[in-house]
Design a protein around this ligand. Structure first.
Ligand code: GDP
Ligand code: ZN
Length: 305
């Protein structure tokens, strides 16, 4: 019988079977995963084969992962969770209440690109936006759509725009992120009433760092698909990027880079830089370019702790 691991405590795994039934399973023998260093070979999101023996259910095979992300549970502990087979990442942002900076958005998007996972931006709280906010919303949407990211405008208070979110989530495994206060839990609650509480519990334990043993968990959606909640950007903040690699994770910069005069152009100061030229012409957004430069200048320092 096939199922998907929805929760892992390290010794027990909750596996949701195709029938919808959830079985508590143990693992059998030793599994070795190619290229992954972890004490725990089975991750949330893994598709597994389960056999039910007289003394309990056992996972005896793990299917190859199509991708995975690593989520560090708190800043203090070294504990990390792997979430396997992620279809997409949703970043909930607000233009105002609170302000989400484009640098924050771009860092998130770059990290998600590094994992090769598609990203969606959900702009929430549109019911609160004044004229100025709406102008900014329009400008940001244009910038990100042009790069290739889907953008939704919603209000989890009024329900406006929520159908788009539901359609996007259906039958997919989606990782949710967002700064605290942007309305992530309200949005999840709109999408699936009743889920909010459970998700909030997980987020809170991550945010406070009080509980050192936190478990990754995926929540099934009644209309098909799963949500994985991740606090802030931390989920994606761990990825190590070499300076020269950062431009690969800005799709529009990466595309232009092939036209630069020097093959190792950093797109900061070089003559004949096609990226700089595109920024001047307005073909690459200044704010995106600014985020690139700020990540580049920070280099690996941020990740070297
Ligand atoms: P989280 O920290 O991202 O999970 O944010 P919450 O869901 O807890 O929401 C933070 C605050 O914003 C709460 O007071 C919500 O009631 C409010 N909120 C969330 N979504 C909306 C929205 O679309 N419109 C308005 N006006 N308020 C919202
Ligand atoms: Zn260049």
């Amino acid at each position: 019988m096939k199922g998907i691991v929805v929760k892992s405590t390290g010794s027990w795994y909750s596996v949701r079977m195709e029938s919808g039934e959830v079985l508590d399973c143990r693992i059998k023998g030793k599994f070795r995963m190619k290229g992954i260093k972890t004490t725990n070979p089975v991750a949330v999101g893994d598709v597994v084969e389960v056999v039910v023996n007289p003394d309990g259910a056992v996972i005896n095979r793990i299917e190859d992962r199509k991708n995975y992300i690593i989520r560090k549970s708190t800043n203090l502990s070294k504990e990390a969770h792997i979430i396997a087979n992620v279809d997409q990442a949703v970043l909930v942002v607000t233009v105002n209440h609170p302000v989400t900076s484009t640098v924050f958005i771009d860092r998130f998007l770059a990290s998600v690109e590094a994992y090769r996972i598609p990203a969606i931006l959900v702009f929430n709280k549109i019911d609160l936006y004044d004229e100025e906010d709406l102008l900014l919303l329009g400008a940001l949407t244009q910038i990100y759509m042009q790069v290739g990211y889907e953008c939704f405008h919603v209000s989890s208070l009024t329900g406006e725009g929520m159908e788009d979110v539901v359609t996007a989530l259906k039958d997919k495994v989606t990782v949710f992120s967002g700064l605290s206060g942007v309305g992530k839990s309200s949005l999840i609650n709109r999408v699936e009433p009743g889920l909010k509480l459970k998700v909030a519990e997980i987020s809170d334990s991550h945010d406070t760092g009080k509980h050192t043993t936190t478990f990754a968990e995926m929540f099934p959606l009644s209309f098909g698909g799963y949500i994985v909640d991740t606090p802030g950007i931390r989920a994606f903040g761990l990825i190590h990027m070499e300076k020269t690699e950062i431009s690969h994770y800005f799709p529009e910069i990466f595309k232009r880079a092939s036209e630069c005069r020097f093959y190792n152009c950093t797109h900061i100061h070089e003559p004949g830089c096609a990226v700089l030229e595109a920024v001047e012409k307005g073909e690459i957004s200044e704010s995106r370019y600014f985020s690139y430069v700020s990540m580049f200048e920070e280099g690996d320092e941020k990740y070297r702790k």
